[in-house]
Design a protein around this ligand. Structure first.
Ligand SMILES: Cc1cc2nc3c(=O)[nH]c(=O)nc-3n(C[C@H](O)[C@H](O)[C@H](O)COP(=O)(O)OP(=O)(O)OC[C@H]3O[C@@H](n4cnc5c(N)ncnc54)[C@H](O)[C@@H]3O)c2cc1C
Length: 470
């Protein structure tokens, strides 16, 4: 029996042959990500498995560790950093069947499997009048395991309700050596001092396979919405600074689009064009009165930078239409042009926001390929996060597309280094490894590599993701 046949037979015995695939189509589909170029044949996974329990995961990982075969854990593969484009042939563990949901009202938490989608959990919690502190643009498909491994704030402003990890009481993890570990607590107070949960929440899938997530229930808030249109991006940036400098309650969401992008979104929803860059925000409070007051304070503070429009939106139907102009803009840019969209994540610090806005407006300047393309700008401005992006011609060859993606990451790194920030979404490493090394120095990356050795002596989990990606 060849090593590969042995691998397939062993995995089939663990998960059952219905939950294992070696078809080229499945191996390709399970190792592609959002990047616009094709996958190299030599990087295709050996096999895709769908375990149905933590014990099956443990058996798979133990075998992989013994044979030193790479293991890549796949949620929905929507990662933007290259973490879902596995660099070496190995075993892909698809988490779709690890999809339990257990509501524990007595202890005020829920537990879910990593394969549940964000939208699914959010819907289940809404029935309990609770709120899931996660809201990515990919919520229809993004898995809880992927989101928690990235600890992404997504569209939510960290300064408002914190990071998702702040609500994670515990995770159950299969370590790369096959042991099953439960971290944290069943209480409502997270451990002080060294809390093992921290290694896995935001662990970029490097230290183990999360097989269950326990999160505190968060009562939903009342909301109040608002719209601001500024004459230009500089005054918009100053408006956002006012929000913080005037000590306003930080909203849950504050999104923005430059004028060109807003025009496209407003045209799509047949609204009159705004006539300037747009901000939309969602303020929150424990009562409607508190949310309304928060929104009033935000509008009053941001009004000091002389917007063309500063209003509360109380009509729910009108709000839905306005919000959609921003919510679907990335997909609409792709659909309407038939091309592909790539964007960066530039994060400013507060004092530098006006200058950073200028930098992202000129994001593609001097870049050989990107500067030849139309660029657009939108993002989560309340979190000081901007997504400058371009529409990439579908018919470009793979080499040009690769170069375009590399140009994008290089400029993103340059700007985040300039402002001494880092991405608050999408996770670190893969295409961002070089940035991590520059940002936190050789000692910073060495700490991660050493931690990896401690958890994963044979470097099976997400092998290659810690290398600067080619
Ligand atoms: C249209 C679109 C919109 C998006 N919008 C946002 C946004 O608003 N904000 C944002 O932050 N991101 C956004 N993203 C990217 C975002 O990173 C992902 O959607 C999400 O965080 C990853 O979920 P996933 O299930 O696809 O994870 P994957 O891409 O499958 O995995 C991500 C990482 O987590 C690891 N992983 C997955 N599951 C586990 C597990 N059970 N145990 C251990 N490691 C695991 C993987 O190995 C990988 O390293 C968007 C993506 C798309 C395509």
């Amino acid at each position: 029996m060849t090593a590969e046949n042995n691998l397939i037979a062993t995995l089939a015995a663990i998960v059952g042959s219905d939950y294992l695939s070696t078809s080229v189509f499945e191996r390709l589909k399970s190792s592609l990500d959002i990047f616009p170029y094709e996958k190299k044949r030599e990087e295709l996974p050996l096999v895709v498995v769908l375990p149905g329990s933590r014990e099956e995961v443990a058996d798979i990982v133990r075998y992989a560790n013994q044979e030193k075969i790479p293991v890549y854990v796949r949620g929905s593969g929507t990662s933007f950093t290259g973490a879902a484009r596995y660099p070496e042939p190995g075993i892909v563990i698809n988490t779709r069947r690890l999809n339990h949901f257990r509501l524990n009202r007595d202890n005020n938490y829920f537990e879910c499997g990593p394969g549940c989608s964000c939208n699914e959990i959010s819907g289940l919690l809404a029935k309990e009048e609770c709120f899931l502190p996660l809201a990515p643009g990919s919520k229809l498909v993004a898995s809880m395991g992927g989101l928690i491994s990235n600890n992404t704030s997504a569209h939510i402003i960290d300064a408002s309700v914190g990071k998702p990890g702040d609500y994670v009481l515990s995770v159950e993890v299969v370590l790369p050596t096959g042991e099953i570990l439960e971290t944290g607590t069943t209480g409502l107070r997270r451990p002080a001092g060294n809390d093992l949960t921290k290694f896995f929440v935001g662990g970029d899938g490097l230290f183990g396979v999360i097989t269950s997530i326990r999160m505190r229930l968060v009562p939903d808030f009342c909301r109040a919405n608002g719209l601001l249109i500024y004459p230009d991006l500089a005054s918009l940036a100053r408006g956002v600074q006012r929000l913080y400098y005037d000590r306003c309650p930080v909203p849950l969401f504050m999104e923005f689009m430059d004028e060109k992008t807003a025009d496209i979104g407003f045209d799509l929803k047949q609204l009159e064009r705004p006539g300037g860059p747009v901000i939309m925000f969602v303020a929150i409070g424990n009562s409607q009165e508190a949310a309304d007051q928060a929104a009033e304070r935000i509008v009053a503070a941001m009004n000091k930078e002389k917007p063309l429009v500063a209003e509360r939106i109380t009509d729910a139907g009108r709000w839905d239409i306005l919000w959609t102009t921003r919510e679907v803009i990335g997909s609409y840019l792709m659909q309407s042009t038939g091309n592909q969209w790539i964007s960066a994540e530039v994060v400013s610090n507060l004092a530098g926001l006006e200058e950073c806005m200028h930098d992202v407006v000129n994001f593609t300047d001097g870049l050989p390929l990107l500067s030849t393309l139309d660029s657009y700008l939108f993002g989560h401005i309340g979190a000081l996060t901007m997504h400058p992006g371009v529409v990439l011609p579908r018919d470009w060859d793979d080499d040009r597309k690769r170069q375009a993606v590399d140009e994008k990451f290089a400029r993103e790194a340059e700007l985040n280094l300039k402002y001494r920030t880092c991405g608050g979404e999408w996770g670190q490493f893969a295409k961002r490894t070089a940035f991590f090394e520059q940002r936190y120095g050789p000692e910073g990356i060495k700490i991660i590599r050493r931690m990896k050795e401690v958890f994963d002596p044979h470097n099976i989990m997400n092998r290659g993701i810690l290398r600067p990606a080619g």
